[in-house]
Design a protein around this ligand. Structure first.
Ligand code: SF4
Ligand code: SF4
Length: 282
């Protein structure tokens, strides 16, 4: 038996959710628009589809027929049963889950099968600290960004380590209820979407790339660019960076430093605010 996690990262609430291990980001075109169109189409089709095992297998075949299935990495399965779970299209998740089917668990027809789907908790559950998870839950409110960030343990740990050094303590989860603190941290994690030095090679995902047989981490060629390894090397790799010159690396470092300084300013302002007295019960 897998014990249920204290903080749920897959479906943390009504605001957002994750589908990364179901292959969400493994399409060659994993842009927000493209993934949203896929998920929307599947949910609409599923609503009008039968629920017998034969129906559900036909559903997967129909999805494969309709969609462009070109993947980033052939070895990672992209599950056809991932869709949007709500009308507002804020939560991505499993269409076969009991919550979507009046209590019936239909995941047995899927590629991974019911047991694997039900019992899988990715490394982020184990390696992110409670404080990091709570902070992320307050910082991010977007399904597309949530899945990219919550699975990038190195990026999350690197950010909170730099933030902790800047404010001389591990940032308190409560600080992220402050709009400004939350916004500054959110701007950093949004670099996953708008990093100016991002490689557009579809075979790269985060710090990894796939050469056809195995995953490898692509090092940043500091020697060739005539500079020392950057103190932000781990962050650069997580952001799928590709630099053409030493000057670009310097500008990228300045950008990271500016984000940390901006967080520190907001956090210190929050720390100086008087504590709000609890509401009186009388
Ligand atoms: S990658 Fe992790 S958080 Fe995302 S759906 Fe899978 S187990 Fe849940
Ligand atoms: S069947 Fe399994 S792999 Fe497919 S969407 Fe559901 S949980 Fe993910």
């Amino acid at each position: 038996m897998v014990s249920p996690p204290e903080i749920h990262l897959c479906q943390p609430g009504a605001e957002m959710s994750c589908g990364a291990c179901c292959g969400l980001y493994n399409y060659a075109d994993s842009s927000r628009e493209s993934l949203a169109a896929r998920l929307r189409g599947r949910t609409a089709l599923y609503g009008a589809w039968g629920r017998t095992p034969e129906d559900l297998e036909a559903f997967a075949a129909e999805i494969r027929r309709r969609e462009d299935g070109t993947k980033r990495y052939e070895v990672i399965y992209c599950c056809e049963y991932l869709g949007f779970l709500d009308r507002e299209e804020r939560r991505v998740g499993c269409l076969l889950h009991p919550c979507q089917n009046g209590g019936r668990d239909l995941r047995g027809v899927s590629f991974y099968g019911r047991e694997l789907c039900d019992g899988h908790f990715c490394p982020s559950y184990h390696y992110l600290s409670r404080e990091e998870k709570l902070a992320l839950l307050m910082i991010i409110d977007d399904w597309y960004l949530w899945g990219l960030v919550v699975t990038d343990i190195d990026l999350v740990k690197a950010y909170f380590r730099l933030a902790a050094e800047a404010v001389s303590e591990m940032p308190k989860p409560a600080a992220f209820s402050d709009r400004e603190v939350r916004g500054r941290a959110g701007d950093f994690f949004a670099l996953k979407l708008n990093w100016p030095y991002r490689s557009d090679d579809v075979r790269r995902f985060g710090k990894y790339y796939f050469d056809g047989s195995q995953y490898m981490i692509r090092p940043i060629p500091y020697d060739r660019l005539h500079c020392d390894p950057s103190p932000f090397d781990g962050i650069f790799k997580s952001l799928t960076s590709e630099f053409r010159s030493r000057e670009e690396i310097q500008r990228a470092e300045d950008l990271i430093r500016a984000h940390i300084a901006s967080f520190r300013e907001a956090y210190e302002r929050w720390r100086e605010k008087p504590l709000t007295a609890p509401a009186s019960c009388s």
